[in-house]
Design a protein around this ligand. Structure first.
Ligand SMILES: Nc1nc2c(ncn2[C@@H]2O[C@H](COP(=O)(O)OP(=O)(O)OP(=O)(O)O)[C@@H](O)[C@H]2O)c(=O)[nH]1
Length: 369
């Protein structure tokens, strides 16, 4: 059985973790006392911890038990400042790692975080480093959320710098989810968040469950690691669930890779480096020849594709995880972040000059009373 750790860091990470716990409890509503007695049903041994400097963010969680919420005290908040965040992590490193250690040993950790706020984006790279240091055999995959592009220059700047830190870590890859790309889910931000979070949560649970299942065709943690180490070691996930109208497993695989079903804009045909396609469904829907043919098609463009087949009652459901050899959308985020930083620098020096000119008026004067 896999030992899985899921850490949600900062508000966005906390909320996605809460969505994971919600899904693991069957997706229903939670009562007021739920946080004291909830017991999510995971397929593997899964431990979850929500980590945050803002106590109110932790209080708003509904499906994460009180004992799985770790408040890291920081008197004045982060102000989206990653330097303050890094210091707060280092000041509290031992207590954070102690909370994790209490939960035993792990094969894989997922770190869920936004790239753009103050807490998650600064804590996560340091936290991942510590995990890799303290658990030499652990696989650590980051699920990193990119901001809406109109959220402002500091968020974009944070995203640029924290992504670079995450990419430079000696970890096992990044699964990207892009708020901007998934904005299509809803008109208003609050319900878009809910939908985005549950979309990510469902895919993660599917992945964990599959890695720990008896498969007809086997994919395991080792294969997942190999996929995540492909290309830029940055990837994303696609998912599709067939309905009664069309039970074709071939169509389900194709659909799982269509732009509409991805968490991040990617051109799978041109840019995928490695992939893993996991198919679940009732035996009568799982035509192995059809699956093999479809997977071979993907292999023609992505270098290597692992396939996993899990017999489970229901219409075909397909999760595709892939890493990318190119990520043009990231480059445009860096360009936008750099423009924003440059604009701010110029505005600051213009303002400073204006102020200096104003001071010049009284340069040779004394106060008169
Ligand atoms: N998908 C998703 N994104 C969110 C959610 N909440 C916040 N975000 C995004 O996360 C980014 C801000 O990061 P947060 O996680 O809120 O910040 P934090 O890490 O808690 O840091 P501070 O609040 O600055 O201490 C913005 O780009 C938001 O759009 C959420 O529930 N779901």
């Amino acid at each position: 059985m896999l030992n899985v750790l899921i850490l949600g860091v900062g508000q966005c990470g906390n909320r996605i973790l809460d969505a994971v716990n919600k899904e693991a409890m069957g997706g229903g509503g939670a009562s007021k006392i739920a946080k004291y007695c909830l017991k999510p049903k995971f397929p593997s041994r899964v431990e979850t911890v929500a980590i945050n400097t803002a106590i109110n963010d932790l209080k708003e969680l509904r499906y994460t038990t009180a004992k799985d919420r770790l408040h890291v005290p920081n008197l004045h908040g982060m102000g989206a400042n990653r330097n303050v965040g890094k210091q707060a992590f280092m000041d509290n490193r031992d207590s954070i790692m102690g909370e994790i250690e209490k939960r035993g040993d792990f094969d894989i950790a997922f770190v869920l975080t936004s790239t753009s706020g103050g807490t998650g984006s600064s804590f996560s790279p340091l936290l991942i480093n510590e995990l890799k240091r303290q658990y030499p055999n652990i696989t650590v995959v980051t699920v990193a959320i990119l901001p809406f592009r109109e959220e402002g220059s500091i968020y974009l700047q944070n995203a640029a710098f924290s992504m670079r830190e995450l990419m430079e870590l000696d970890a096992d890859g990044i699964i990207l989810a892009d708020n901007q790309y998934m904005k299509r889910f809803s008109g208003d931000i609050a319900s878009a968040y809910d939908k985005i979070n549950s979309t990510i949560a469902k895919r993660l649970l599917f992945l964990i469950e599959s890695l720990d299942s008896e498969m007809l065709s086997v994919t395991d943690l080792g294969d997942f690691k190999t996929v995540m180490n492909g290309g830029l070691r940055i990837g994303t996930m696609g998912y599709y669930q067939a309905d009664g109208k069309n039970n074709s497993v071939k169509d389900a695989i194709e659909n799982s890779l269509k732009p509409n079903n991805l968490l991040y804009p990617a051109n799978v045909a041109d840019d995928a480096a490695r992939a893993m396609v996991i198919i679940q469904g009732s035996r009568e829907h799982l035509d192995v020849d059809q699956i093999t043919k479809e997977v071979e098609k993907i292999t023609a463009s992505a270098g290597h594709v692992f396939k996993g087949i899990v017999v489970k009652k229901g219409h075909p459901r397909v999760l595709s995880v892939f890493t990318l050899a190119a990520a043009p959308e990231l480059e445009s985020i860096y360009a936008q972040a750099a423009r924003g930083m440059q604009d701010e620098k110029e505005k600051r020096s213009r303002a400073r000059k204006q102020l200096d000119d104003a001071f010049a008026h009284i340069e040779d004067l004394e106060e008169i009373y």
